[in-house]
Every structure is written in C-alpha cells, then in structure tokens.
Design a protein around this ligand. Structure first.
Ligand code: ATP
Ligand code: MG
Ligand code: ZN
Length: 691
C-alpha cells in the first residue's frame, strides 16, 4: 500500500501523514486519511522513514507501509539505557518486537518473569500513548514511581487520586506529555474520561492481569468486559494481553473477548526451579495452626506470606502468629483503602515480615525476598494457587510453598460455589468453579512431581520436557506406588462401588455407600430400601475401613466426585461412567497402597503406644470425640487455642491407650506432669465416658 508522506515542514512541531485508506478512522468511508504526528513523539536521531515501524503500530492488520524493524542493538540499548538490564528474559524480546510491529500479542508468563517490560519498553519507543488497564491501584503506583525514576513519563488514573491529582493527569494527557498511562478498569465507565481518551493517540492498549476478563479465570472482573468496546472506540490500537495464570481455556476466552487479531501467543517460563512445592495433609484446624507456627519458626529470615480463604481466617491466623512473632500483619478486602495501602507499604518496606492475606493480596506484587508461602486453606483453582505461590523466591533463591490440606476446608470453597449458584445467572459459574476445584484437588493428590503437574496444567511443553523438579515433596519422598492396576478382586469391588453409587443417584455420602456394599442392617438403610440395590452385601467379606478406602481411592482417581459440604454426597464422573459402560478399566492412583484387609487390632493396654493408628476403632473414635469436646471447653476456659492444651495426636493416643489412672495417662506421649496434674481428672472422666 502506498504511503504519501507530506512533510508540511519538518522544522515545525508536527506534520501530517497521509495514507490512502485506513478503515477504522471513518467507518464506511474509503478515502484517504491523515494523521497528525508530533515531531517530539518521534525518536530523536532516527530518520522519519525508519520511525515508520513505530508509526505502523497505529494501524490494524494491514499496515499502510512496510515495516522497518528496529535492530537488535536498538532494543538492547534501550533495555540497558532506560531500564538498566543487560539482557532480555525469555520471551520478552519476542513480545516487544511483535508489539512494536503493531501485532496483537497474548503473553502468559509466570509471575515475576517480567511481563511489565513487554509494554514499558515499547512505551518508551512508541509515538503515542501506551494505555495499560490494570486492576490494582497499589501496583500502579509502584510501577509509576519506578518508571518516573527512570525518566519515563508515566501516570496512573484511578479512584484513589485527589481532585487535583486527577486534574494534573488530565492536563498531562491533553498536552500529550505522557508516554504511559495506567488505568483502573472501573474508569472505563466514566464517559467524560473516555471522551478524552478518544482524542488521544493510543498506540498500544495493554491489558494486564488479562485473566480477569475470563469467567474461567480465578479473578473475573465484570469491568474487564468493557475493554473490548474501549478498544474499538480507540480505533483498534494493537493490543497486548498479559497474565501469569491462563490455562488454555482462559487463553481462548481472552483472545475472543479482546478480539485479538492473529496474536503472537507466547506461553513461557512456567517452571520455577527454586520453589519447593509441597502439600501437608492435616487432620484438624489445630494441626494446621501448629504446622504453620512451626514452618514460620523455622524461617528466621525473609518474608512470609500466608494465604487464607476467608477474612476471618486471615485475622485468626495473624492473631495466632502475633502471639509468638513480631511484625505480623494482615490484608483482606474488608479493610479500608487506606488500611490496605498502609499494610502494603509496610510489607514492601519489610516492617511487616509475616503477612496473612486473602487472595485480594498478591496480583502484581513484586517483592523479591518472599521465602515461604503457606496456603492455610485450599485455593479454588490451580491458577489461583500458582499465582499465589509465584510470590515466593522472585530473587531466584530457594523458597518453600506449603499447602496445608484439611478435607474440611473444602467446605469453605463449597460455600463459595453455593453462593455463586444462588445468583440467578450464576449456575454456569458455579459449575466452572466446581471443575476448577476438582482440578485443584487433583493437584493435591497427584502422586508424581508437582512442578510437572503444574507444567501440564498450563501446557508448558518446553519446560515439561526437562523432567521432574527434584525439590517437591513427591520428588523428595516418592510415593511407593504411583499408579497401580488393581487386582481382579479389587477391580470387581471397584465396579461394585461404582454400581452402588450409580444406583444411589447422587443421594448419599461415603458411609451409606459402604453400608450398602457391606450389607448393613441399619434401620436408616433399610428404611430407604438399600437392600434392593443389586450390589447390596457384595463386599461383606471386606472390612469397613477397606471398603471406605476403596471408595476414597476411586474419588482420588477421578472416577467419583464429591458434592456438597455439609452433607457431602458422591456421584459418578464421566470416567466412572465409562467403567460401568465397560469402555475402560479401573486404574487407581492411590498414593500409598491401601492397607490390605487386616483385622483392626485393639491397642494393648500394657505398653505405651506411640501414635494411634489410622483406622481407629469406633470406640476409639468416640473417646476421641469426647476428648476433643473437653479440649474445646478447656481452651475456652483458659482462653487459648485448643492445641495449646493438647494436640490432636495426643488426643488420639489417649483414645487408643485408654488410661484408667493418672500413672497410665503419664505414659501417653505428649502428656507431661504438668498437664496430667492440670487436666488429668477431667481427661480420665472423658475416657470413661463419664462426661
Ligand atoms: N530483562 C530483565 N532483566 C532483569 N530483571 C528484569 C528483567 N525484566 C524484568 N525484570 C525485573 O523482574 C521483576 C518482575 O517483573 P514484573 O513485575 O514485570 O513481573 P510480572 O511478570 O509482571 O509479574 P506479576 O505476574 O506478578 O505481575 C521486576 O523487578 C523487574 O524489574
Ligand atoms: Mg505484572
Ligand atoms: Zn518435583
């Protein structure tokens, strides 16, 4: 396409570029168009014709003139002079080149990899404004401050500005003094501001944290849906979408919603070789608190982040850690803007070393010395999880990421799902949330390298090919039998379980299913006609823990799924249905092999038992429950956390040891003189069922 370049007078401040037909400027008309170019917008020292590579970024898919790319040297010089970096990180240069050439791009790079540079550097070269939509005000301010230090003309526009600050930004925009503007998504609702934007020359539209545009993303923001329209109104500048956490599903979604045209798709660098990922199963909230406290104590240096699912948990955890540690803070969406800003500043400065937070904290936060990220509750998706652990070890030094997993916590996620489902238009969302949670559960129980599981999840094939990480709990302590084909007997039992679940049609939970299989005569079961189930009594020969274990294995292996929190029920998954149709065979993932059917041994009373075995007898279980109740009472009386009184482990040991005297109580591990004296009488009463 021919380009008529009329330089009215290059000595003047501006000149006009004419070109024959440029569709988006005037809809429906096809005549020559012109655009004003400010000379000061051009790069000094570069001949005008070479600047065309930059100017071309104004035009959509078919640039009106041929591109002249900047040389490698131009870019690296800019990198070192403006940003002080010697080399590009993987993926950065490719994206920057695409953007400068006016191509749309979608970049998925893990957190801390340096996505910002992919638009900040072009912003210093492009003639017009680089407009960045970004959801976090605190983050914008950080970035603007560091850009200004580098001599880059940047500003942010959001609700946190005072009237005069807003006025200054508007003036700067009017006078075309800005290279880069960060914009909070809700600003797109303000017609006056949009009007101003339309008069500007936006040469690049950046959508940071672009997963917020997808309902499959873990942080969907309805305001983000307006970006598509904004882009049209700005006459379709090239668009760069950036995110750290987009699965293939989210990637497709965001390309569609932003109408990206043949974008450069770059997914890079998901492996975080310095992060040691692990999951610690916990039996109770107390155990989680105790484990957390131990993890925090072990780390004397560096910053620690503890993610919790709810505001209440955040405050509880912060308070709990505050008893024994200094510089503990917390952050959640219930705090005022000002409070959040203060916490964020303190965290950045290091005055707050240990921070408990909900997922409201984190996106875009760039603190290099986070040495430990603990997930006190299971997050709702693998994306959310990886985004959050991604805060750790940004300086490349080793860091640990520990997820404390307690099955009960699923109730919180389930609550969020139910909440979504109540919304008249939320049923799709609830279904999506459930899928994401199932995937997260899959990650928790994955028997092999956790990094690989994550690379799989994000389809980072290149990194996957490099093999396991060697650092995660699964690599350090390999599970004995990662995947086992079940024996013929087991296969028959597994099929019987699936048939039972199918017969129940999603009405019941694990224990009812086990009762049917073991041919229980319980009244409740007979009342609903459980006897009529074709598999009734088929697993009579197996113990209850054994059948229960099999059901759980089938859940872990994705043949069955759990639904509901308060009264969890189980149902078949697609894979489970395939087994029943006979189109595939059962393969169990079971991390450790389920104990074969050994009769449950009663603990002997004449020797001190270490810790009670799993699969405790029903009596042990009852005693344990009574002891827990006692512990709650004692904790309330003394106003301390329950596990300060006794650990779960100790209660289990008492339950299986069943001491009758104070002397016998002293033999139980975890019970010292002091505790025996203080609580002994009431503990013995609880063991004997006197209370
Ligand atoms: N080429 C480079 N060389 C050295 N350091 C770099 C380079 N590019 C970026 N960085 C630095 O890496 C850090 C993280 O960058 P940035 O905040 O852009 O990450 P991000 O990918 O946007 O992460 P998030 O997903 O958390 O927003 C910053 O301190 C930045 O200065
Ligand atoms: Mg970022
Ligand atoms: Zn590993």
């Amino acid at each position: 396409m021919a380009l008529c370049l009329e330089r009215e007078n290059i000595q003047h401040d501006s000149f006009r570029l004419f070109f024959p037909s440029y569709p988006p400027l005037t809809k429906g008309k096809n005549h020559s168009q012109a655009i004003n170019v400010q000379v000061r917008d051009l790069i000094p020292g570069l001949p005008v014709v070479r600047q065309s590579s930059i100017l071309s970024s104004l035009f959509q898919s078919s640039p009106p003139f041929s591109l002249i790319n900047l040389t490698v040297d131009d870019l690296t010089r800019q990198l070192s002079e403006q940003f002080g970096f010697a080399t590009f990180r993987p993926g950065q240069e490719e994206v920057i080149r695409a953007v400068l050439a006016g191509r749309d791009a979608m970049t998925v790079m893990p957190t801390g990899q340096g996505k910002s540079l992919c638009y900040q550097l072009p912003a210093t070269l492009l003639p017009g404004l680089t407009l960045v939509i970004s959801p976090l005000i605190a983050l914008m301010q950080d970035q603007v401050a560091s850009l200004k230090q580098r001599g880059i003309k940047a500003a942010a526009f959001h609700s946190g500005l005072t009237g005069s600050e807003k006025h200054r930004v508007i003036q700067d925009l009017n006078q075309k003094r800005l290279q880069l503007l960060y914009l909070a998504p809700e600003r797109m609702q303000h017609e006056g501001f949009l009007q101003l934007l339309r008069t500007l020359w936006v040469s690049l539209l950046v959508v940071d944290e672009a997963h917020c545009i997808s309902q499959w993303g873990h942080d969907f923001r309805p305001d983000y849906l307006k970006i598509g329209r904004l882009r049209q109104e700005l006459t379709n500048p090239p668009c760069l979408a950036l995110t750290a956490t987009a699965t293939t599903r989210v990637q497709i979604d965001l390309c569609k919603r932003l109408s990206l045209r043949d974008p450069l798709k770059l997914v890079a660098g998901f492996r975080r070789p310095n992060l040691a990922l692990s999951v610690r199963p916990c039996q109770s909230r107390q155990e989680k608190l105790a484990t957390l406290e131990r993890l925090v104590r072990e780390r004397e240096k560096g910053t620690i982040l503890v993610y919790c699912a709810t505001r209440r948990a955040v405050e509880e955890v912060a308070e709990w850690l505050g008893h024994s540690h200094q510089s503990v803070g917390y952050y959640h969406a219930g705090l005022s803007d000002e409070e959040r800003r203060l916490v964020h500043d303190d965290f950045r400065r290091g005055t707050v070393r240990i921070l408990a937070a909900t997922n409201a904290f984190g996106m875009g936060i760039d603190k290099s010395d986070v040495r430990l990220v603990v997930h006190f509750d299971i997050p709702g998706s693998v994306e959310a999880y990886y985004q959050e652990v991604g805060r750790a070890g940004r300086d490349g030094q080793p860091a640990a990421c520990v997820l404390l997993f307690h099955e009960r916590d699923l109730a919180t996620q389930e609550y969020f799902i139910q909440l979504a489902a109540k919304d008249p238009e939320g049923s799709d969302r609830a279904a999506r949330m459930r899928t994401l949670l199932q995937e997260m559960l899959g990650y928790v129980s994955v028997p092999t390298c956790r990094q690989l599981a994550i690379l799989d999840y994000f389809s980072d094939e290149a990194e996957r090919a490099l093999g396991p990480c060697g650092l995660c709990d699964r690599c350090v302590t390999p599970v004995r039998q990662a995947c086992r084909e079940v024996s013929r007997d087991d296969a028959a039992s597994a099929k019987a379980v699936l048939e039972t679940v199918s017969w129940c049609g999603g009405r019941f939970g694990v224990s009812r299913i086990v009762e049917i299989l073991r041919g229980s005569r319980s009244k409740a079961l007979l009342a609903f006609g459980g006897e009529g189930c074709p598999t009734y009594g088929m697993c009579r020969a197996l113990s209850k823990p054994s059948v229960t274990g099999l059901v759980k294995d089938l859940i872990d292996s994705g043949y069955l799924q759990v639904e509901g929190a308060e009264y969890p029920t189980i149902d078949l998954t697609g894979r489970g249905q395939e087994i029943l149709r006979g189109t595939s065979a059962v393969i169990l993932k079971g991390a450790e092999e389920r104990p074969r059917d050994v009769p449950v041994k009663k603990p002997s009373r004449d020797r001190a038992l270490p810790i009670v075995a799993l699969g405790a007898s029903p009596e042990d279980q009852q005693i344990f429950e009574r002891l827990r109740q006692l512990r709650t009472e004692l904790a309330e009386e003394e106003n301390v956390a329950p596990f300060v009184i006794f650990h779960d482990k100790t209660l289990k040991a008492i339950a299986s040891h069943r001491p009758a005297t104070t002397g016998a109580l002293l033999e139980v591990p975890g019970i010292g003189e002091l505790k025996a004296e203080r609580y002994g009488r009431r503990v013995l009463a609880a063991v004997n069922g006197e209370k």
